[in-house]
Write a protein that binds this ligand. Structure first.
Ligand code: GTP
Length: 296
C-alpha cells in the first residue's frame, strides 16, 4: 500500500502479465550465465560451466504491464550441443551470444542460428545477437560492424554488452522483451473459431505460449469478473467455448471445463468451481458469432 496524506492508497496492479520463454544460446564461456546473473541479480562472479541447462526468472514492470522472463541458460560446451534443441520448445525469444574477443564464437553463433531456423518458422521467435565482453576491447576479434551487419542481414536485433561492467545488459533484455510483447500484441487481436477449438483441446496440456504456438494463433485469457457480469449461464448464451481455473504459478491451468459443464456443476452445486470473480475464460465467440480472444 502506498501512503498519501497518511491514508493508505491501493497500488494499481499491472493489468497484463506477459510470460515468455527466453533461451540463451552460444559457445562455451561467451558469458551466457554471467548475462543472466547480471540481469536477474545484478551480480557478476566466477561461475562454473553450465551443465545441461540453468533456469532463472525475473519479472519487470513496464507501465501497466508486467513482463515475466523465464530464462533458460543452455550449456555452451560442445558435449551438450546435441541436447540443446530440447530447450527450444515453446521459446518466444533467443539471445544468441558470442564473445567479441573470439572470432570462433561469432562463427558458432551463426551455426546456432541455423539450428534455431530448423525448429521455428520465420518470425516465430524473436532473436537478438549479443556480442559480450566489450570491456576486453583491446583483445577484440569481431568488430561492432561485423556483428551489426550479420544481424541486419538475418533480421536479428543486435547489441554489444559487458556482463562484467553491467554495460547494456538490462537494455538487451528489455529490448527483446519489448519486441516479444509488441509481436504478441500485434497478433493478439483475434483468432478463428477453429483455432479457438484447438486451443481448448490443447489448453490443459500446455502453457499459454505453447498453446499459442500449437494453434499458430495468439491465445489470451479473459478475466471474468462481476463487473463484466459473465456468469457461466451468460457465457454459454454468448457462445463461450470453454472455461478454466486461473493458471497455476507455473502457468499451467489445473482444470478446464466447457461452459456447459460449468453450468451443470453450478446447478448441481458441485465442485470444483472457479471462485466467483476469479475465473478465466479461454476463448469466446461474441454475439456476432465471430471468434474473439480477449485479455483481461
Ligand atoms: N571480461 C569479461 N569476462 C566475462 C564477461 N562475461 C563473462 N565473463 C567471464 O567469462 C567466463 C565464462 O562466463 P560464463 O557466464 O560462465 O559463460 P557461459 O557462456 O555461460 O559458459 P558455459 O556455461 O560453458 O556455456 C567467466 O570467467 C566469466 O567471468 C564479461 O562481460 N567480461
Amino acid at each position: 500500500m502506498a501512503q498519501a496524506n497518511g491514508a493508505p492508497q491501493p497500488v494499481a496492479a499491472p493489468s497484463q502479465l506477459y510470460v515468455f520463454k527466453l533461451v540463451l544460446l552460444g559457445s562455451g564461456s561467451v558469458g551466457k550465465s554471467s548475462l543472466a546473473l547480471r540481469f536477474v541479480k545484478n551480480d557478476f562472479k566466477s561461475i562454473l560451466p553450465t551443465v545441461g541447462c540453468a533456469f532463472f526468472t525475473k519479472v519487470v514492470d513496464v507501465g501497466t504491464a508486467s513482463l515475466k522472463f523465464e530464462i533458460w541458460d543452455t550449456a555452451g560446451q560442445e558435449k551438450y550441443h546435441s541436447v540443446c534443441h530440447l530447450y527450444f520448445r515453446g521459446a518466444n525469444a533467443a539471445l544468441l551470444v558470442y564473445d567479441i574477443t573470439s572470432k570462433d564464437s561469432f562463427c558458432r553463433a551463426q551455426q546456432w542460428l541455423k539450428d534455431l531456423e530448423k525448429e521455428f518458422l520465420p518470425g516465430e521467435v524473436v532473436v537478438m545477437l549479443v556480442g559480450n565482453k566489450t570491456d576486453l576491447g583491446e583483445k577484440r576479434e569481431v568488430t561492432f560492424e561485423e556483428g551489426k551487419e550479420f544481424a541486419e542481414r538475418q533480421n536479428l536485433l543486435f547489441m554489444e554488452t559487458s556482463a562484467k561492467l553491467n554495460h547494456q545488459v538490462t537494455e538487451a533484455f528489455s529490448a527483446i522483451g519489448e519486441r516479444v510483447t509488441a509481436t504478441q500484441e500485434s497478433q493478439g487481436r483475434g483468432v478463428g473459431t477453429v483455432s479457438a477449438l484447438l486451443a481448448l483441446l490443447f489448453w490443459s496440456s500446455g502453457t499459454q505460449q505453447e498453446v499459442s504456438r500449437r494453434v499458430r494463433a495468439p491465445v489470451s485469457w479473459l478475466w471474468v469478473n462481476d463487473r463484466e457480469g459473465w456468469g457461466p449461464r451468460a457465457a454459454l448464451g454468448r457462445g463461450v467455448l470453454g472455461w478454466g481455473t486461473p493458471p497455476t504459478p507455473n502457468n499451467r491451468p489445473p482444470a478446464v471445463f466447457t461452459a456447459r459443464e460449468l453450468l451443470q456443476r453450478e446447478e448441481r452445486k458441485e465442485g470444483p468451481m472457479p471462485p466467483r470473480g476469479d475465473a478465466r475464460l479461454a476463448l469466446g465467440r461474441g454475439p456476432a458469432g465471430q471468434a474473439k480472444c480477449c485479455a483481461r
